[in-house]
Design a protein around this ligand. Structure first.
Ligand SMILES: Cc1ncc(C[n+]2csc(CCOP(=O)(O)OP(=O)(O)O)c2C)c(N)n1
Length: 625
């Protein structure tokens, strides 16, 4: 029996010696490498926090004490120590989530995997414990150096720091990386802290050395100590945290359980806000991960655990298509610059960055800043392309609305992973953008259906200099090219039938499902026209004319049903007095459980048969339920 098999709750760790804890750490690493290589998942970040998580659960008593994992992708070890040992279906239907999950465990508190939130949650929970007189309960936020670049984290620190008697323990898990190396002033600051001998240690040394100098030594030490602040800034610039009012403990070797435990015990006893700065290595204990320059196996697919090499070679992805076109755009348009929020490689900007290093900005996990600074770049005469995952655009809605659109700034947002992404669960589905962006005056949205359209629509988007534009595409392998049979005022006609009864309007790659539905309907003698508007906002007036010539309309989009493309078309038809039954097919407005994209689309009826059924019901004037 392994030690891991004996640990099902944090208190099972109490009896173990440090030697046994070291053995447990090794077993956990073996387990993670073996199981995550079979399912895919966030391997590198979890290998980096094995000792840190063990120490946290030894010192704090979860769930009475609250431990919060920022972003949550590094919570696998926490899952193991809190009784979740079945990783066989990690992130898959019926398996455990890849993030903390309130449904899974009382030890999981926040499951929003959008970064930089943990300290705000921690602030609120600590306030609640104080108000309720639960002064023995501790709150710990574990935040990476990457997540610490997000503005929310700093807003929280500012608030946490001002209550000197309200204990919050902030554990900075500093591995110098987001996906790639973390950038910015904060990262530089942490680097200086890492490389400078700790201030406390310096003082200890000073005390010892001076104590050996009889008579004057003690007095000099006191004077030295009195000069604490000035000296501190010379010896180590931890001043930034202490000036904010946060006690700083560190830097600690995050792979030394004993050292981490002792630092955490000090922090726990402190009684006010305190930062524990732990240095860890992403991918620790697994050579292929440590050797991986790109991101130390931040997130992997299925790999051979011996070599770290992928088993399945994925076809060309939507991201690849964008990446290649962006490289060409860089050559053709010297005024085009690109912005990433700490995701250079995942959003396909690496090639552009290598070719045009002076025209790429990695702003950290700072989508809000990305959007407004893009407006600034546009004011300055450039055309910025801001590449984000669709779900993270939510972070900068106000900036898109007020800072970009109100100013008619020519900024192009490229949204990767739009629509159902599936296995990362509710917070990663890119199902919000086409709804929240509908309300932004002047903004235009393109939803390419195939690789050629990604290239074409990206080019069209960056031609627009007097309004924000958005190009959104899906996760994974790009679909096949889908030729249009006709073009009508900017709308691509994908299938025409004489005297068609139903008009199927598809947005993006769901054109394939729309065409499949038309095929099924044809077999029953129902004639359908399938069109792709390409630009889905604003509603193209050609669609209104087309609807007029059909008996019913079905709209199909990989986006929430509420307020999206279908809703906008429906409203435009009403406004134009075109009274036709309309069925809006999209993602149910729910927080969806993790699972495979294809399965989820199928379940939501975003399939040939599902769309065909909606068309039949629309023609029959019945309900689509
Ligand atoms: C708002 C937001 N933007 C982007 C991401 C994508 N993302 C997930 S993890 C990550 C890097 C996190 O780095 P860090 O906090 O240092 O944790 P580490 O992976 O190094 O342990 C990023 C950018 C996100 N989760 N949330």
């Amino acid at each position: 029996m392994t030690l891991l098999e004996t640990v099902y709750r944090p208190r099972d760790l109490d009896q173990l010696s440090f030697e046994e804890l070291g053995q447990l750490a090794g077993e956990i690493r073996e387990f993670l490498i073996e199981s995550v290589s079979r399912t895919g998942g966030h391997l590198g970040p979890n290998l980096g926090v094995v000792e840190l998580t063990i120490a946290l659960h030894r010192v704090f008593d979860s769930p009475r004490d609250t431990i919060l994992w920022d972003t949550g992708h590094q919570s696998y070890v926490h899952k193991l120590l809190t009784g979740r040992h079945d990783f066989s279906k990690l992130k898959q239907d019926g398996g455990i989530s890849g993030y903390p999950s309130r449904a899974e465990s009382e030890h999981d508190v926040c499951e929003n995997s959008h970064a930089s939130t943990s300290l705000s949650y921690a602030d609120g929970i600590a306030k609640a414990y104080q108000v309720r007189g639960q002064t023995d309960r501790r709150v710990v936020g574990v935040i990476g150096d990457g997540a610490l670049t997000g503005g929310m984290a700093w807003e929280a620190l500012n608030n946490i720091a001002c209550a000197k008697d309200r204990p919050v323990v902030i554990v900075v898990n500093d591995n110098e990386r987001s996906y790639s190396p973390t950038i910015g002033g904060l990262a530089d600051h942490l680097a200086t802290l890492r490389t400078t001998q700790g201030y406390e240690r310096f003082l200890d040394w000073g005390k010892e050395a001076l104590a050996r100098t009889p008579m004057v030594g003690g007095a000099i030490y006191e004077a030295l100590h009195g000069m604490k602040k000035g000296l501190k800034d010379i010896v180590t610039p931890q001043g930034m945290f202490e000036d904010l009012g946060l006690k700083y403990v560190g830097p600690i070797d995050g792979h030394d359980i004993e050292e981490v435990e002792s630092a955490l015990r000090r922090a726990k006893g402190f009684g006010g806000p305190v930062i524990v700065h732990c240095i860890t290595r992403k991918g620790e204990g697994y050579q292929p991960a440590l050797d991986d320059e790109a991101d130390h196996f931040h997130g992997i697919g299925v790999i051979n655990p011996e070599t770290g090499l992928p088993f399945q070679i994925q076809g060309t992805s939507w991201t690849d298509i964008f990446a290649d076109e962006m490289l060409k755009v860089g050559n053709d348009r010297p005024d085009v610059v690109a912005i990433t929020a700490a995701m250079l490689q995942p959003v396909g900007l690496k090639k552009f960055a290598e070719a045009y290093p002076e025209r790429i900005y990695d702003v950290g996990i700072a989508e809000q800043h990305a959007a407004t600074s893009a407006a600034g770049l546009a004011f300055g005469g450039l055309h910025p392309v801001v590449a984000l995952y669709a779900t993270f655009l939510n972070r900068c809605f106000d900036q898109v609305l007020m800072d970009v659109a109100l100013h008619k700034a020519g900024v192009t947002f490229v949204l990767d992973r739009a629509g159902i992404t599936g296995d990362d669960g509710a917070s990663h589905n890119g199902m919000w953008d086409m709804s929240i962006l509908q309300v932004v005056p002047g903004l235009r949205i393109a939803a390419p259906r195939d690789p050629a359209q990604v290239r074409e629509q990206l080019r069209e988007a960056i031609e627009v200099e007097d309004a924000p534009t958005v190009v959104r595409f899906s996760k994974g392998a790009a679909g096949p090219e889908i030729e249009a049979v006709d073009h009508v005022d900017g709308v691509d006609v994908l299938r025409r039938s004489a005297d068609a009864e139903v008009l199927i309007v598809t947005a993006g790659p769901l054109a394939i499902q729309g065409l499949a539905a038309a095929e099924l309907l044809a077999a029953e003698g129902i004639r359908a026209t399938v069109v792709d508007p390409r630009w889905v906002k604003p509603v193209n007036p050609a669609l209104i004319d087309m609807a007029r010539r059909h008996k019913a309309v079905v709209t199909v989009e990989d986006n929430g049903r509420v307020g999206g493309v279908g809703a906008a078309i429906s409203q435009a038809l009403q406004d134009a007095g075109v009274d036709r039954p309309v069925r809006v097919m999209g993602i149910a407005q729910e927080f969806l459980e993790h699972g495979k994209r294809a399965g989820i689309l199928e379940r939501l009826g975003l399939s040939g048969p599902g769309i065909a059924a909606a068309a039949r019901s629309a023609l029959a004037g019945g309900s689509s339920e």
